[in-house]
Design a protein around this ligand. Structure first.
Ligand SMILES: C[S@@+](CC[C@H](N)C(=O)[O-])C[C@H]1O[C@@H](n2cnc3c(N)ncnc32)[C@H](O)[C@@H]1O
Length: 226
């Protein structure tokens, strides 16, 4: 993704990181491109607080925006009206089709002509290729059943349990629990939105060159240029 950014935008640009979490992708971009800027957008106050604590503003090159993607009006919180591009990793599968459609329409406006969208995410094949989905999940099972070399890493669950014990995150967790309450919380749609729908919505939003540029079964990076 970073090579593609360089090939398309050079080394001086301002991009959005959509569903940035604590900013792992933003940090990599800012490390590699010392004159780039990133606006990181996420709805989780805990992850934003962790990101702000870990990265700060990287010398004024990183803004943190708390907003719910796909909501009408999220754009109003952004510090600028135009960006050179938007990137995202493992986040947009949280959005159902109507929100995704609103988001892409907004990106059609926010991303300048010639700018790019790069989305690395779980993007399933559509209904025409169910057989491939079955092969993909079988491969995933095989991979996860193999012993991994090296020390055991934290899991999603142990990371969240550890974070919850930190007193400095208590107030952020209170807001997190309100937003992500199990009864009406923000959660990914039951069936992830397929690649075809992403491509269709990008086309509708005015993006022209759209292609999968990296793939491992349903994990893909989709590229689109406006
Ligand atoms: C699996 S994390 C990925 C974080 C980061 N992009 C990364 O690659 O490490 C998914 C992120 O999407 C965020 N998210 C999900 N739905 C969202 C929405 N509607 N608006 C903003 N952020 C959202 C979650 O809060 C979470 O931080």
């Amino acid at each position: 993704m970073l090579d593609l950014l360089e090939a398309e935008l050079g080394s001086t640009f301002h991009v959005l990181d959509l569903g940035s979490g604590p900013g792992s992708l933003s940090a990599r971009i800012l490390r590699r491109f010392p004159s780039a800027r990133v606006t990181a957008v996420d709805y989780d106050p805990v992850l934003i607080k962790v990101g702000q604590g870990a990265l700060g503003s990287v010398g004024g090159r990183l803004d943190w925006i708390e907003a719910k993607l796909g909501d009408r009006g999220w754009r109003g919180r952004l510090p600028r009206k135009r960006y050179d591009g938007a990137v995202s990793t493992t986040a947009l599968h949280w959005l159902a089709v109507p929100e995704l459609s609103t988001l892409y329409a907004d990106l059609g406006d926010l991303v300048r002509r010639g700018g790019v969208v790069l989305n690395g995410d779980h993007l399933p094949w559509g209904s025409k290729a169910r057989g491939l989905a079955r092969v993909g999940s079988r491969v995933r099972e095989l991979r996860s059943s193999r012993p991994r070399p090296g020390p055991r890493s934290e899991t999603w669950r142990t990371w969240w349990a550890g974070a919850r014990r930190l007193p400095e995150l208590r107030s952020a967790f209170e807001e997190h629990d309100r937003r992500f309450d199990p009864r009406f919380r923000l959660r990914p749609p039951r069936a992830k939105v397929s690649l075809d729908v992403h491509v269709r919505e990008l086309q509708r939003a005015g993006f022209r060159t759209i292609a999968t540029v990296w793939q491992d079964f349903e994990n893909r990076v989709v590229f689109a240029r406006r």
